[in-house]
Design a protein around this ligand. Sequence first.
Ligand SMILES: NC(=O)c1ccc[n+]([C@@H]2O[C@H](COP(=O)([O-])OP(=O)(O)OC[C@H]3O[C@@H](n4cnc5c(N)ncnc54)[C@H](OP(=O)(O)O)[C@@H]3O)[C@@H](O)[C@H]2O)c1
Length: 250
Amino acid sequence: MKGLDLTGRVAVVTGASRGIGQAIAASLHELGATVVLTARTEEAATAAAAEVGERAHGIGAHVADEEQAQACIAQVMERFGRLDILVNNAGTNPAPGPVIAQDRSRFMKTMEVNLWAPVLWTGLAHRAWMGEHGGVVINTASIGGLHVSDMIGTYNVSKAALIHATRQMAMELGPKVRVNAIAPGVVRTKLAEALWKEHEAEVSAATPLGRIGEPEDVGSVVAFLASDAASWVTGEVFVIDGGQLLRGGG
Ligand SMILES: NC(=O)c1ccc[n+]([C@@H]2O[C@H](COP(=O)([O-])OP(=O)(O)OC[C@H]3O[C@@H](n4cnc5c(N)ncnc54)[C@H](OP(=O)(O)O)[C@@H]3O)[C@@H](O)[C@H]2O)c1
């Protein structure tokens, strides 16, 4: 397919030491990109990058720490000279249960990592490269941002806000920069263990495509969205859930 090639592009994927982020990095790398994987520690990021391939590199940066974020983007620019693709993927869920049961600290931690960090990193990437040269931003939201839930209320509020921020930034940053979101369903990762580990058969049975997601199911869609094959797509949210949302999303 024309455009499905990322040779010569440089990508940053936040929260990529494992799970969905590492799979996204692997898919971008497979299409030819040089990929920078971030995580809270340099060791974890570098170890994950070594598994991805020779054009993959790790940098340690807490996504919600402005100085560390700035230093990471500066290092990418210094080392690779460009930044074409940013995947704001790092996410957290320290506040299970109803949204009104949270204290300020857990509520704000969720918002800082899931909502503020994507806005922060997009601004940094825009100022460093994309504003002048163009680029693509993809935000990892969740089907939780498209429905309400008894289990993960605050997380879902943060992901719903991230979907809205995606549309807002798509409007602000066009025509040079495309900004889209993905909304995965239940995927086999550490973060989502509470949603599948004890009852995978049940979740699979309730999923129209008959299984929970694998991180690679998400990586391939992100690689498509990052490529020129999706060059007329912006401000959208791509549900990747095997059909789980059709039954209410669990
Ligand atoms: N799994 C699902 O079912 C599912 C569904 C919908 C959406 N999502 C979203 O997908 C994204 C990835 O989650 P996952 O399921 O792949 O989880 P995961 O396997 O637990 O991975 C989370 C990643 O984020 C990094 N991370 C966490 N906090 C960070 C911070 N403050 N700064 C920098 N990196 C940080 C972790 O690295 P370190 O711990 O090494 O720092 C790790 O690489 C999240 O945005 C999540 O909300 C997941």
